[in-house]
Design a protein around this ligand. Structure first.
Ligand code: SER
Length: 328
């Protein structure tokens, strides 16, 4: 199998893409990692640290041209419409998440690329899935369009592996918590917003109930998981597009209590909205033994360590005048 030498990160301006691109530039060389955005301006750090192009994943011609022009051998497709936004515009969610993925897989097949990575999500699960320690192989009957697109994406990745020999890989990210780029339009966004509001305002109105428990992961672990899966030998993988990965699980109240250990006056109130139903349809914790066995997955951050690091990073950004509100 050919090596990974020239990587295109589609969706590079988003929450995960922006930090993953920087980590990939560190490992594979700045000039070898091309960041692609669709609309949002990249941060100066992202823009100035390596090649940046505009490329909408639903635009097949543009994707083809970008791969050819930059001699790309690996595509990481981080472009997606998340669960909450997806419920407001299901058709667009399907177009970006599914048509975008098929474009990526077709480009990989036609150009004989080394690898494609497209994340999946805990959103593939639904109300009938076992909630605790959710198995790798289980009921996939999601109730959101986002979940429907991610189940489809997993099946497509596995289909392209089997039918065309494309090396397509993916992991079921839990809610990702990070201090650099805000997430947008997801149900797990409260677990990020709460930190920004704690630092900026000392209070937060949470859009899910306090007893809502979901699987979460800190960004350094998310980057490690993604890069470790990329680097795993193809022969050692029994799964491809659908690895469960877990790190920590906590309720919204437990997260608030952990932040209060550092900011005793922090106040949280709970006003559940339509996202509660989405959260209630997802698991609380994840069995990730397949990822551990097949490519050595092991998370480093728990709730306490993540909270300490998040607050330290956001305080520093706040002092530099970089925070300016945290969305809804
Ligand atoms: N963070 C995503 C969402 O909430 C789940 O993958 O939509």
């Amino acid at each position: 199998m050919a090596g990974i030498n020239r990587i295109l990160v589609v969706g590079a301006v988003g929450q995960i893409g922006s930090e993953l691109t920087m980590a990939l530039r560190e490992k594979y060389g700045s000039d070898n990692v091309v960041a692609a955005g669709r609309k949002t301006q990249p941060s100066p750090t992202l823009r100035d640290s390596g090649p940046f192009v505009w490329c909408d994943v639903t635009d097949r011609k543009r994707l083809d041209a970008t791969v050819e022009q930059h001699k790309i051998d690996t595509i990481i497709n981080m472009a997606a419409i998340l669960s909450a936004t997806g419920e407001k515009n299901p058709q667009r969610c399907w177009d970006v998440n599914v048509a975008g993925l098929i474009n990526t897989l077709e480009v990989a097949r036609e150009h004989n690329l080394t690898q494609v990575l497209c994340p999946s999500s805990i959103a593939v699960f639904g109300p009938e899935t076992p909630k605790e320690n959710t198995p790798q192989e289980t009921v996939l009957r999601p109730t959101t369009m986002y979940g429907v697109t991610k189940v489809t994406g997993e099946l497509l990745c596995d289909y392209y592996v089997r039918r065309f020999g494309v090396d397509a890989r993916g992991l079921r990210y839990p809610g990702i918590i990070s201090a650099e780029t805000l997430p947008g339009g997801g149900t797990t966004d409260y677990a990020v917003e709460i930190f920004y509001k704690a630092i900026e305002e000392g209070r937060y109105t949470c859009f899910v109930r306090e007893d809502t428990s979901l699987p979460m992961m800190y960004m350094p672990d998310c980057i490690k998981a993604t890069m470790d899966l990329m680097a795993a030998p193809f022969e050692s993988l029994k799964h491809h597009g659908d690895f469960n990965i877990g790190a920590m699980s906590f309720t919204a109240a437990e997260l608030a209590a952990e932040i209060k250990k550092h900011i005793p006056d922090f106040e949280v109130t709970y006003e559940p909205d339509f996202r509660q139903e989405i959260a209630d349809s997802w698991p609380s914790s994840i069995d990730d033994s397949a990822a551990r066995e097949e490519w050595g997955w092991e998370p480093a951050y728990d709730l306490a360590r993540m909270t300490e690091d998040m607050l330290e990073k956001l305080r520093a950004r706040h002092q530099r005048g970089e925070l300016y509100g945290s969305g809804s």
